[in-house]
Design a protein around this ligand. Structure first.
Ligand SMILES: CC(=O)SCCNC(=O)CCNC(=O)[C@H](O)C(C)(C)COP(=O)(O)OP(=O)(O)OC[C@H]1O[C@@H](n2cnc3c(N)ncnc32)[C@H](O)[C@@H]1OP(=O)(O)O
Length: 426
């Protein structure tokens, strides 16, 4: 790793540097909130696994750049969980851009992940054009909705018998319950498992998920909680939301913003959304990111009226190819030789044979055989969560297959029945 002359990496493990971090972040991501106010907010900075790039002539401790990584020990991949270094807090001061600092931070991050035994890295991208060049493939999309109040839902037996509880959000009282429901949802539906459904695993992620600082309300009310309970009182789902009141031509025109909504079964999902869609004085319910097969999309009689907007959500970079490929499960039996290019991590390049049973153990070894599929590490990352199809990438010329049958079999094996995704950006 060679930063340009005058720059050096320095580990950020001292919380007294928070003001410097926030000042750099405000250059990277403009904010109307004064730094003095942001200092009292809980930021999910992975202290100790965050790095500054400093310049020798910096004034006042100003940072030229920074990045951090969350150590996710149980990141869901198809049929399994894996250790993942989640890249975050990436920013380069505008006065130091386009000198290769990001490129060096990426190399630094890859080396750090490999040293920690993380076979994959993931990220949410601020701009979709940045990370493909470093071998990150777009692996999970998200959908967000603006649902008209009172939108009709298809009936689900038993939904009416579920109870609800509405409360002002209190992390002391509700935090553990909500964290458990959110984590358990990774195994829903039907125990198949949802790749990409990361939980608030690290202490800083949990603290940030719990907080609701007034500085970040932006004209909306404080966070509120809806819990759905079964006849025994067991929680089956929750939503955290806030309302914003508005009037248009003397008509109530408020909006409900849903921060997260998780239900462990179909009846709970129906009950949860029925309540959210029937709040007085509100005209619409706006959601944050949700997986493309989120139950609300199937429950809505008229999903088009909910104005779905889709975008890329999660990008995956395979860092240690043989480990990453054996750490996940495959939806169908597969025996295939792939030829991979990897400009940044040449150890991954070359021919590999993958053999796996459907939903069983996989084996990966070096191979001399003619390849069935030829692709770059970026495309292997894109298909890693099972939601992007090898066949789709082949249609765009990004994967080359020797025979259509091999492509069809491999694409089926790499796919997964539940859409990859999450309900937050981190
Ligand atoms: C995971 C996350 O945290 S996402 C958050 C990313 N941060 C932001 O978007 C904040 C605002 N932007 C920035 O801070 C910076 O412009 C960064 C981080 C995007 C780029 O930093 P730089 O140090 O200028 O990038 P660097 O000089 O290393 O460029 C590396 C390559 O990326 C390309 N690149 C840089 N920024 C962008 C961009 N916004 N869109 C497309 N390509 C880009 C460069 O052209 C260069 O390409 P090349 O190597 O093929 O010639």
């Amino acid at each position: 790793m060679t930063l340009a002359d005058g720059y050096r990496f320095a580990r950020l493990d001292d919380r007294r540097r928070l003001a410097q971090v926030l000042r750099l972040d405000a250059w990277a991501f403009p904010t109307e909130i004064p730094i003095a106010e942001l200092l009292s907010v809980e930021h999910a900075i992975p202290w100790g696994r965050a790095w500054a790039v400093e310049h020798e002539r910096a004034h006042d401790g100003e940072l030229a750049a920074m990045y951090g990584a969350y150590s996710l020990r149980a990141f869901p991949v198809p049929g399994a969980e894996t250790a993942c270094g989640w890249l975050t807090w990436v920013g380069v001061h505008p006065g130091h851009r386009r000198r290769g600092i990001l490129r060096e931070m990426i190399a630094h991050h890859f080396a750090d992940c490999l040293e920690r035994g993380e076979a994959v890295s993931g990220l949410n991208a601020a701009e979709a054009a940045i990370y493909g060049r470093f071998g990150y493939g777009m692996a999970a999309e998200q959908v967000s909705l603006t649902i008209p109040r009172g939108a009709e839902l298809r009936p689900v037996p038993g939904a009416d018998r579920l109870g609800i509880e509405l409360a002002e959000w209190d992390p002391e009282r509700h935090g553990d319950l909500i964290a458990a429901l959110h984590r358990d949802y990774a195994r829903v539906p039907q125990g198949i498992g949802r790749p990409g459904w990361a939980s608030w695993e690290t202490p800083e992620l949990r603290r940030a998920a719990d907080q609701d600082p007034p500085e970040l309300h932006r004209g909306q009310e404080a966070l509120r909680l809806l819990v759905v309970r079964d006849a025994d009182g067991a929680a089956r789902g929750y939503a955290r939301f806030r309302r914003k009141s508005a009037w248009s031509r003397n008509t109530a025109d408020g909006s409900v913003h849903v921060r997260d909504a998780v239900a462990l079964d179909p009846a709970a999902a129906h009950r949860l959304w029925s309540v959210l869609l029937d709040l007085d004085l509100m005209a619409r319910v706006e959601t944050g990111p949700m997986p493309l097969d989120a139950p609300i999309l199937s429950l809505l009689v008229d999903a088009r009226a909910a104005m779905p907007v889709t975008n890329d959500l999660q990008w995956i970079r395979i860092l240690d190819l043989p480990r990453a490929l054996v750490e996940r499960r495959y939806a169908a039996p597969v025996d295939v030789v792939i030829e991979v290019t990897d400009a940044l991590l040449p150890r991954n390049a070359g021919r590999w044979r993958l053999r796996a049973e459907a939903h069983g153990a996989a084996e990966v070894s070096r191979s001399e055989a003619e390849p069935d599929l030829v692709l770059d590490i970026r495309e292997l990352g894109a298909v890693h969560l099972g939601s992007v199809s090898l066949a789709a990438l082949a249609q765009a010329g990004l994967v080359t297959a020797r025979q259509p049958e091999t492509l069809a079999r491999a694409a089926t094996a790499w796919s997964w029945p539940v859409a990859a995704g999450a309900d937050w950006v981190f």
